[in-house]
Design a protein around this ligand. Structure first.
Ligand code: F6R
Length: 272
C-alpha cells in the first residue's frame, strides 16, 4: 500500500481528483469504480471543475458504483443513484447509459447481482476503484464479518449503520435494512484502488486497515492483499499510524522518482 498523508481535506480531494483525471486522460475509455458518502464529495467537485475549466472529458468513461440501498428508487433523495446524479454525473459529460449504480429495487436480487458482476467483466473490469472507509473498517457495504471473497450481493446492514442513517429519514420505517453491494472479492479484482479518508473518526480504521492483520472484521484490511492500492488521508485520519515516518519517506522517494530526479536518491543512470 502506498500511504500518502496530506495536510487537510482539500489536499486529499485534489490529490484524489488528480489520480482519477490522469487515468481519464491516459485512457479515455477507462472504467471507474465510484463511491458515495461524504469522503469523495471533494473529489467529485474537483473533477467537475476540471471538466469545466480544463476540458476533462468523460464522454467515453464507464462507471460502476459500489452499492445502493434496497428499497430506494433512483428519485429518492437518500438513494445512491440520486447522490451520484446530483453530486457528479449531472455536472460532467459522462453518458447516462455508461453509468451503473446497483438497482435497489430489483425483483430477483440473486440474478441481478450476477448480472452486475457480468457487466463489470464485460466492460473489461474496473481500472480504478475509488473507496471510502467506515469507522468500523468497512469498504462498500461489506460490514464486519463479510467474507473477504464475497461478490456483489444483498447485505444486511448492522444496527450501527441503520441507526446512523436514521437521521436522514423522516420516517424510521423507511430506513433501509439491506443494501446491494459489491463484495470484497469484487473490489480486489479492480486493477487499482484509491482509498480516501478524512477526519479523526477514521484514524482507528485507517491504522487497522494499513497496519493490522487481514481480517473479515475490518474488511478494508483485505486491501493489503491487492498489489496496487493508494491510500490518501489527511493528518487527522493518519494520526494513529505507527509507521508514519516510513510512509513519508517512501512518499518522498516516490515523488523524486516520478518527477524525474532519481539522482537525489543516489540512483545513477547507466551512462553516468
Ligand atoms: C459508499 C460506501 C461506504 C462509504 C463509507 C464511508 O458508497 O460504500 O463504504 O465509503 O461508509 O462513508 P463516508 O465517506 O460518508 O464517511
Amino acid at each position: 500500500m502506498r500511504v500518502v498523508v496530506l495536510p487537510d481535506q482539500q489536499a486529499v480531494a485534489e490529490r484524489g481528483a488528480r489520480i482519477v483525471a490522469s487515468l481519464v486522460r491516459s485512457k479515455p475509455n477507462c472504467v471507474l469504480g465510484l463511491a458515495t458518502g461524504s469522503t469523495p464529495l471533494g473529489v467529485y467537485r474537483e473533477l467537475i471543475r476540471m471538466h469545466a475549466e480544463e476540458d476533462l472529458d468523460f464522454s467515453l468513461v464507464t462507471t460502476f458504483n459500489l452499492d445502493e440501498y434496497v428499497g430506494l428508487g433512483p428519485g429518492h433523495p437518500q438513494s445512491y443513484r440520486y447522490f451520484m446524479q446530483s453530486n457528479f454525473f449531472d455536472h460532467v459529460n459522462v453518458q447516462p447509459g455508461r453509468t451503473h449504480v446497483p438497482d435497489g429495487r430489483a425483483l430477483d436480487f440473486e440474478a441481478y447481482c450476477e448480472s452486475y458482476e457480468r457487466r463489470i467483466a464485460d466492460a473489461g473490469g474496473i481500472d480504478l476503484q475509488l473507496l471510502g472507509i467506515g469507522a468500523d473498517g468497512h469498504i462498500a457495504f461489506n460490514e464486519p464479518g463479510s467474507s473477504l471473497g464475497s461478490r456483489t450481493r444483498l447485505k444486511t446492514l448492522t444496527k450501527e449503520t441503520v441507526d446512523d442513517n436514521a437521521r436522514f429519514f423522516d420516517n424510521p420505517d423507511e430506513v433501509p435494512r439491506l443494501a446491494v453491494t459489491m463484495g470484497v472479492g469484487t473490489i480486489l479484482e479492480s486493477k487499482r484502488c484509491l482509498l480516501l479518508a478524512i477526519g479523526d473518526h477514521k484514524a482507528r480504521a485507517i491504522r487497522s486497515m494499513v497496519e493490522g492483520p487481514v481480517t473479515s472484521q475490518i474488511t478494508a484490511s483485505a486491501l493489503q492483499l491487492h498489489r496496487d492500492v493508494t491510500v490518501v488521508v489527511d493528518e487527522s485520519a493518519a494520526s494513529w499510524l505507527e509507521r508514519r515516518e516510513y510512509y513519508d519517506e517512501v512518499e518522498r522517494a516516490q515523488s523524486l522518482i516520478e518527477s524525474g530526479q532519481p539522482r537525489a536518491l543516489g540512483i545513477q543512470q547507466p551512462e553516468e
